[in-house]
Design a protein around this ligand. Structure first.
Ligand code: FES
Length: 359
């Protein structure tokens, strides 16, 4: 992506303000958004400012949009510099965007580029008469009519160098030009003879319902016919319950709607990785043939002193730890060291690594 900067100071106008007509248009755009969301109108407003200002956005227009929407200027500048549809430097009366992506490239966009270089000059350079400037861009979404380019708001497709030269001559002379394919074909229909969808039956209605006839011809039995013929008939699937009609909502209600007050509870093992099943789920015990946990034991489950082991040895049993954490994480650095090491002065500490004796 190219670096996108504001035009140099000498090209910048001293001021910018929207025309009255555009002010009315802006009012309507802003009214489309809920209170507090007026910033959502930033792109339409920048676009309108660009249209008003000969096809490019000066710094003052960006500031005017920020002031109108109560946004920091930097936020509007971020939008203007991110979207390549906003021109930050002056453009010609006819601003040409040449597609240079692969389909157009293999169909000859390099030849068109040569024409533009010879007729107009370098990219982002406006001709002396102010008529033309051009820019190479990525795919414009008309690849089936490659090679193509966009002039202001219109596409001109199926171009050759000669067709492009004629197009530029016509524009410069003020003659009317026709957007779309320039080689005479209609839209993106085949270039020459039509080779597909030629069967007249496709268009005279005679094929309507033909898919149903196919099944009739295959002699598929109804359930009753199959029963009479002594065939096993699979049980009929239950009819699905009709879906409840959605409650009509206004747009505002839909925007502020929240979830139900009594959400369905999640499964006890929901969210657990497959290898780590619930520790003591009754269903799991039943599956593995174990006895269910007695009610009395369940009551003691959180009491560490009543755990298995303490009953036999009398030793206190530590609180259960997860597989990943054998020791509690210290909350202070000094708690992570043995008491002696924590109190030891820095200089007297043994160097890190294994000592010879331990090896
Ligand atoms: S590649 Fe040129 S329009 Fe898509």
């Amino acid at each position: 992506m190219s670096v996108r900067r504001l035009a140099p100071a000498e090209d910048q106008p001293a001021s910018f303000s929207f025309t009255e007509e555009n002010e009315r248009w802006i009012e309507k755009q802003i009214a489309k958004y809920p209170d507090g969301r007026q910033a959502s109108a930033v792109i339409p407003m920048l676009w309108q400012a660009q249209k008003q200002h000969d096809g490019w956005l000066p710094q003052r227009a960006i500031e005017a949009v920020a002031a109108r929407l109560g946004m920091p200027v930097i936020r509007v500048l971020e939008v203007a510099t991110f979207y390549t549809m906003f021109n930050l430097e002056p453009v010609g009366r006819w601003f040409i965007q040449l597609c240079g992506t692969v389909p157009c490239h293999v169909k000859g966009s390099l030849d068109l580029k040569q024409v533009l270089l010879e007729r107009i000059g370098d990219q982002q350079h406006v001709t002396a008469d102010g008529n033309f400037s051009w820019l190479e861009v990525e795919c414009l979404g008309a690849c089936c009519n490659a090679p193509m380019l966009q002039i202001n708001d219109d596409y001109y497709e199926d171009l050759t160098p000669d067709l492009l030269i004629k197009l530029l001559d016509d524009l410069a002379a003020g003659r009317e030009v026709k957007p779309g394919p320039q080689n005479g074909r209609h839209a993106s229909e085949p270039h020459d003879a039509v080779k597909t969808l030629q069967d007249p039956a496709l268009f005279d209605g005679s094929l309507v319902g033909s898919w149903r006839k196919r099944f009739e011809q295959q002699d598929v039995k109804t359930p009753d016919e199959a029963k009479a013929a002594g065939e096993v008939v699979p049980p009929k699937a239950p009819e699905p319950a009709p879906a409840a009609a959605p409650t009509p909502q206004t747009e505002k209600q839909a925007a502020t709607a929240t979830g139900p007050n009594d959400p369905k509870p999640g499964r006890p093992d929901a969210g657990r990785p497959e290898h780590s099943a619930a520790a003591d789920a009754p269903a799991q015990r039943a599956k593995s043939g174990e006895e269910p946990v007695a009610a009395a034991k369940q009551a003691d489950a959180s009491d560490a002193s009543s755990k298995e082991g303490s009953e036999t040895t009398g030793e206190p049993v530590p609180a259960p730890q997860s597989e990943k954490s054998e020791e509690p994480t210290p909350s202070r650095p000094s708690e992570g060291k043995p008491a002696a090491a924590a109190d030891e002065p820095e200089a007297s500490k043994a160097p890190r690594g294994r000592s010879k004796e331990t090896e």
